[in-house]
Design a protein around this ligand. Structure first.
Ligand SMILES: NC(=O)c1ccc[n+]([C@@H]2O[C@H](COP(=O)([O-])OP(=O)(O)OC[C@H]3O[C@@H](n4cnc5c(N)ncnc54)[C@H](OP(=O)(O)O)[C@@H]3O)[C@@H](O)[C@H]2O)c1
Length: 318
């Protein structure tokens, strides 16, 4: 199978390329040639830029499928579809759970939940526009490719090479042990999907030539924040006491925590994706692999979360 990956050299895309190569697929990468330049030697790279609309490198060639990992705004997918046309059999778009409203749905919601109204009049990505821009991209891919379109909507992704703070913050924090400040409720449900499970789903959907939309959410069993933190501690061989602190006491965008009004965003149904072949890696396995990878890379500062000093100050008052 010949697969063109738009992106493929950062966290999520890298896992997809790894899995595609494992299955013996012939992969072609498209990107600016800046990220992960030492990855995947021998895999052909076409150089271009989605921000400037430079797709000249894709003017020739044909593929059984394209996986669009780096499309964020309708112009990205519009220009890619225009240049690729029918030289790709299937267009798989990596979307997000952010296409859905954050409130107003119950636990276990599935892929037929109506997305938020699409947004097309901006290319600025922020908390408010990211989901509606992805929704617009989904609509455009479906309009152009119909039953040759596949949409994958991941929740929070976790695993080695994660460039964000999500699970990595808690893995690192739990490994330090002791009293762990949790800005929110220990009972909060939390969904993280192992990047390798997401990758396996994508590659299976292509191999099976399967249309439709799929939630990529995990882990294997429904989990709460308290269980996630204690699982991370168990894996690291440390002991923790989870101490709830007021969410207002920490900056916004805290890793993995959500207000009660948004808990149902962490209870999406993985049933359709699992039936299509998405594995369900236990959280302990993901956490152990993240811990090993994070230690090997020297635990660089994370974008979000509390420093040890900030946490100590919060805990002193708890
Ligand atoms: N992480 C999560 O928890 C999460 C959750 C839900 C959905 N998602 C979705 O998963 C995807 C994330 O993918 P990712 O982790 O692989 O990282 P990414 O930052 O979306 O993609 C980076 C890749 O795209 C290429 N790229 C970046 N800018 C480009 C440009 N202007 N033109 C052409 N190529 C460009 C990069 O290579 P060069 O730098 O060499 O160009 C690299 O290969 C997104 O679609 C995101 O919405 C992620």
């Amino acid at each position: 199978m010949r697969i063109l990956v738009l992106g493929g050299t950062s966290f999520v895309g890298r896992a997809i390329v790894d899995d595609a190569l494992r299955t013996g697929a012939e992969v072609t990468l498209f990107g600016r040639g800046r990220t992960g330049t030492d990855l995947f030697p021998g895999v052909p790279r076409r150089i271009g830029d989605r921000d400037t609309g430079d797709y000249a490198a894709l003017r020739d060639g044909s593929w059984d499928a394209v996986v669009d990992v780096s499309g964020y705004v309708p112009r990205h997918v519009g220009q890619a579809m225009e240049v690729l046309g029918d030289r790709v059999g299937r267009y798989l778009f990596l979307s997000s759970q952010a296409v859905y409203e954050r409130t107003g749905v119950g636990p276990g919601s599935d892929e037929d939940t109506p997305p938020r109204p699409p947004v097309r009049d901006t290319e600025e990505l922020n908390e408010d526009t990211y989901g509606p821009l992805k929704a617009a991209c989904e609509d455009d891919v479906l309009a152009r490719y119909g039953s040759r379109a596949t949409i994958v909507r991941p929740g929070k992704v976790a695993g080695p090479y994660d460039v964000q703070s999500g699970l990595t913050y808690w893995v690192r924090r739990a490994a330090r042990g002791g009293r762990v400040a949790l800005p929110g409720s220990p009972e909060q449900p939390v969904q993280v999907v192992d990047s390798r499970d997401l990758a396996r789903l994508v590659v299976r959907l292509l191999a099976d030539d399967r249309p439709g939309a799929f939630h990529a959410v995990g882990p294997a069993e429904p989990t709460t924040m308290a269980e996630l933190i204690t699982t991370c501690a168990r894996v690291a061989g440390s002991r923790v006491e989870v101490v709830p602190v007021p969410p207002e006491a920490v900056p916004p965008f805290f890793p993995l925590t959500r207000p009660r009004s948004r808990w149902s965003t962490q209870q999406r149904s993985p049933a359709r994706a699992r039936a299509a072949g998405m594995p369900a890696t236990p959280l302990a396995v993901t956490a152990a692999d993240v811990l090993a990878w994070d230690r090997e890379r020297g635990e660089p500062p994370l974008e979000y979360g509390l420093s040890p000093a900030e946490e100590a100050q919060l805990l002193a008052g708890a």
